[in-house]
Design a protein. Structure first.
Lengths: 58, 238
């Protein structure tokens, strides 16, 4: 996932703003988390792919 | 207890996960003579699984620098075609709920060093994108599988910028078929044409233009289902 995508990403459930936490970054973010500022849901980024499925569908 | 919606999603996920693990050459193209050899030669081979019902990119008039999202991007074919048209300043984003498909598409992008594509696991009824954030929403033979099509159209309308366009290929029933909705049988879970078009209209798109229309299934009453490609615009702000 590219960092500049943060401009348009939001929480799929409540549409709140997401905060990015990076664990591994090369040209793009490979491992990390997206955390919703409004509902506090956490979405993992693994091997460059953010999992933005609602919690009950993961 | 799983709801009917969850059951449909589970079956679709299982069947598409299996398709994602197939090698491109062994997969029989179900509906696909929709792409030219020039189009196919410009994109990763492994992104082509033959699961589409049209060629929405061809009808989307994509411009350099545009942001495109493909709903149910699968192995990525339409994302890669769109990426070629929007160029390095643009961006093509694929969303799909099947992890194997997303992983397959991402591997294809990585192996070719294609930088202006993104693949996310997400639900097309609950998009992880801001309001008014994309120029074009694409989808190819996917919305028919959704257990909640009106939500898909409402989300498409929400994420489009004013003046943005929805360009989709899909299957519609021409009369109620009452087939057993066995997962990814795209005809069984498809909506009747008039209801489908009304759902798009109800989500806020004032006009729907049908760009391509061909029969895909016959029964004793004639054409039972059709593959259509359509375009609708979100009104520009005045």
């Amino acid at each position: 996932m590219k960092r500049d995508l943060m401009e348009i990403l939001c929480c799929p459930v409540c549409k709140g703003d997401l905060e990015l936490e990076v664990d591994v970054e090369e040209e793009e973010i490979l491992e990390g988390k997206l955390i919703c500022n409004s509902c506090n849901e956490v979405y993992e980024i693994k091997e460059g792919i953010p999992n933005l499925l609602p919690p009950d569908l993961r | 207890m799983k709801t009917q919606k969850e059951n449909i999603r589970t079956r679709v996920k299982e069947q598409y996960a299996e398709a994602a693990r197939a090698s491109p050459s062994s997969e029989a193209a179900c509906c696909d003579d929709n792409y030219s050899s020039a189009e196919l030669s410009a994109i990763p081979t492994e992104s082509v699984l033959g699961l589409g019902s049209g060629n929405p990119v061809r009808h989307a008039d994509l411009k350099s620098g545009e942001v495109v999202v493909d709903l149910g991007s699968g192995a990525g074919i339409d994302v890669f075609l769109a990426a070629g048209r929007v160029g390095p300043q643009g961006r093509a984003i694929g969303v799909d709920m099947t992890p194997d498909m997303v992983a397959r598409a991402r591997r294809a992008a990585e192996s070719r060093g294609i930088a202006n594509v993104e693949f996310h696991e997400a639900l097309i009824e609950k998009l992880p994108l801001e309001d008014d954030s994309v120029d074009v929403v694409l989808s190819n033979c996917v919305i028919n599988l959704s257990p909640d099509k009106p939500s898909v159209f409402r989300e498409a309308f929400r994420v489009l910028k004013p003046g943005g366009r929805l360009v989709i290929s899909d299957i519609v029933q021409e009369h109620p078929l009452n087939l057993f909705a066995d997962g990814s049988s795209c005809v069984a879970t498809a909506m009747v044409r008039a209801d489908y078009l009304e759902a798009i209209h109800a989500s806020g798109f004032p006009n729907v233009e049908i760009l391509d229309d061909k029969p895909s299934l016959q029964d004793s009453q004639g054409v039972a289902a059709s593959a259509i490609t359509l375009r609708a615009e979100k009104p520009a702000k005045t």
